[in-house]
Design a binder for this molecule. Structure first.
Ligand code: PLP
Length: 452
């Protein structure tokens, strides 16, 4: 059998890929017809393909390579840990130093009394943990009927059966029997698309009060938790109006409903604080973490839970866990990633340097004839494409329409930007420098021109 390497002709790699590799969220026929771009190596904020192109990664991989590519320190820590203890579990009265050290560090950086970590291999798994954890919590308190979890339409919480059900993606719910019972969805706070004649402030309150209405309809004694991303990411970087989160927090508090912040994207500096819930000003009972936890160098996720939840869960045997919960190599790499974040003050870089710089540049995109609103928090931003700015008219979002074309033009111009329907989104590595942000904006502008 031929050895497959980076040095093979691209067309051969693409043909083998399409023949044997099933890609997530992709149409396999497209891959066979057009061939995937083969990414071979990366450094800083740049990825390289097999044709010799150097591409600016405006998405940090999948919102995860926060400290940038090519960090030798992480490779060294992984190799050291693999030699010393490549694997052990923490199921049956055993533990290991990477798990202890990472948990202690996470308890230190997480806000309030979020002091306890349950590990998973990914964000999806962590959200599955959350479903079982909050229901077990209420059952242990003698309220097993308090089990419904409220989420939002167009939210993304993962791809497993549980987390995909928590998510509100219609296209996902159309396949494979999602959602599971006991999950209820309310509207998303997307003023541009759904605010109509309301002001953003009015709309923020209206959307938050949908939660109150849902709790009223279902019965507060039956609702276990509300889960949300502080800033909705994969749904299109939906930054809620300022009135939204204070109202949500009031409603959860008054109805004794646990608040789960899905920090898989917003966590670890992306919004200019360690966690997105700090940026939007609320204190969750549980935080879902993954992605930036290891900057994507190892697959690892988890749930950070409050003292009161840990205390109740700790009274029973929680019959839940994954072979790779607290995997020692992943935990060691995640810890080193957090150390680098601290040493290089990456949160401060987002808050004081690159975030404000990018925000100013991002806003200039609204001068483009095809761009309606531009929104950005820290280093996650979106622009809404529109055929008519004043009426906030929307383009169709089917395959082949303007969002797809703009993304393709960006890619042709060696810039990774994603589209979600008629929105274009960015989430670059947090270590991006101002001149790299300027290049991103220039390439985005050129691509928009070409897509018009
Ligand atoms: N939650 C959020 C907010 C996400 O954006 C994602 C992935 O994009 C997930 C959960 C799922 O994480 P994973 O892909 O690691 O399972």
């Amino acid at each position: 059998m031929t050895q497959i390497t980076n040095h093979m002709p691209t067309a051969e790699l693409q043909a083998l890929d399409a023949a044997h590799h099933m890609h997530p969220f992709s149409t396999q026929g497209d891959l066979a017809a057009r061939g995937a771009r083969v990414i071979t190596r990366a450094e800083g904020v740049w990825i390289h393909d097999s044709e010799g192109n150097r591409i600016l990664d405006g998405m940090a991989g999948l919102w995860c390579v926060n400290i940038g590519y090519g960090r030798d320190r992480l490779a060294e820590v992984a190799a050291r840990q693999m030699r010393e203890l490549p694997y052990y579990n923490t199921f049956f009265m055993t533990t290991h130093v990477p798990a202890i050290a990472l948990s202690q560090k996470l308890a230190e950086v997480a806000p309030g009394d979020l002091n306890h970590v349950f590990y998973a291999g990914s964000g999806s798994e962590a959200n599955d943990t959350n479903i079982r954890m909050v229901r077990t919590y209420w059952a242990e308190l003698g309220k097993p009927e308090k089990s419904v979890i409220i989420s939002r339409r167009n939210a993304y919480h993962g791809s497993s059966v549980g987390s995909g059900s928590l998510g509100g993606m219609a296209a996902m719910h159309a396949q494979g029997g999602l959602p599971i019972p006991g999950i209820h969805h309310i509207g998303q706070p997307d003023w541009w698309a759904e605010g109509g004649a309301m002001s953003p402030a009015e709309f923020g309150l209206e959307r938050a009060r949908q939660l109150e209405q849902a709790i009223h309809d279902i019965g507060a004694d039956k609702v276990a938790a509300f889960i949300a991303e502080p800033v909705q990411g994969a749904g299109g970087v939906i930054v809620p109006p300022e009135t939204y989160w204070p109202e949500i927090q009031r409603i959860c508090r008054e109805n004794d409903i646990l608040l789960i912040a899905d920090e898989v994207i917003c966590g670890f500096g992306r919004t200019g604080n360690w966690f997105g819930s700090q940026t939007v000003g609320w204190q969750p009972d549980i935080m879902t973490i993954a992605k930036g936890l290891s900057s994507g160098y190892q697959p690892i996720g988890g749930s950070i839970v409050s003292d009161r939840i840990a205390e109740v869960i700790g009274k029973c045997e929680f019959n839940h866990g994954y072979t790779y919960s607290a995997h020692p190599v992943a935990a060691a790499v995640a810890l080193e990633n957090l150390r680098i974040m601290e040493e290089e003050n990456i949160v401060g870089h987002v808050r004081d340097v690159i975030g404000p710089h990018m925000a100013a540049k991002w806003q200039t995109l609204t001068d483009h004839p095809m761009v309606g609103e531009a929104r950005i928090v820290g280093m996650m931003g979106s622009i809404a494409l529109t055929p008519h700015k004043d009426s906030r008219a929307r383009f169709a979002s089917d395959p082949g329409t303007v969002g797809y074309i703009t993304r393709e033009r960006c890619f042709a111009n060696n810039l990774v930007m994603r589209h979600v329907g008629d929105r274009m989104i960015i989430s670059p590595p947090l270590v991006m420098q101002p001149e790299e942000a300027d290049t991103l904006i220039e390439r985005a502008w050129k691509s928009l021109d070409e897509a018009m």
